[in-house]
Design a binder for this molecule. Sequence first.
Ligand SMILES: Nc1ncnc2c1ncn2[C@@H]1O[C@H](COP(=O)(O)OP(=O)(O)OP(=O)(O)O)[C@@H](O)[C@H]1O
Ligand SMILES: [Mg+2]
Length: 224
Amino acid sequence: MIQFQQVNKEYSREVFALRDISLSITQGELVFLAGPSGAGKSTLLKMIAGVERPTSGTVTVNGQDIGTLKTGSLPYLRRKLGLILQGQGLLLDRNVLANVMLPLIVTGASGSEAEMRARTALEKVNLSDKAEALPLSLSGGEQQRVAIARAIVNRPQIILADEPTAFLDKDNANKVLSALKAFQSAGVTCIISSHDEQLFDHATRVIYLNKGCISDSWTSSLAA
Ligand SMILES: Nc1ncnc2c1ncn2[C@@H]1O[C@H](COP(=O)(O)OP(=O)(O)OP(=O)(O)O)[C@@H](O)[C@H]1O
Ligand SMILES: [Mg+2]
């Protein structure tokens, strides 16, 4: 369960990225964040991950107050999260497999365990044949799917994806969404920012942000 209670985020004086946001998202939802550039979508996702903290109000993830979490506790929170942030690139001097293995190696998995799980994650995004390739030899869409494999390799409870289909053609965007939906079916909460209205059909809920405020939202009949 993710909860925002009267959350405000002011990056600097008069730059309000979020204003008075209250919402709760239950386990297993597939939520899209929509809205124009600068609306606050990335900021909202970063707050769930503790990358940014509220100026006021509270953000809780599974009952834990993210705003007051000590910096040392953040890695523990992040292990439950699969993060796909805007402009967060792959390591270009390592092959695809090594990139996907990285989160596991960092959290202490053995090399063989990490490799096995990384290959499984690559299968799920349909990139098994690119495991040994270097990122720059892949298309933009393939690189984005590597980023998704890297985000899901730790088997997170929550996946946060910032514009994961932004540079993909329709076919690749659908592949990415299918991968995310498969996780949602397994009970993983997915929160995705996107401009791509075609994808919203798959949502349990769409939240529209505008100038930091929730301007509209709807819940689909897909919601449990
Ligand atoms: N690190 C920062 N420092 C100062 N202002 C910021 C920072 N990050 C975002 N902002 C401002 O906060 C507002 C919301 O930004 P945010 O990145 O959340 O928007 P967004 O909805 O993700 O936009 P986009 O669709 O372009 O990605 C914008 O006005 C932006 O300029
Ligand atoms: Mg953004």
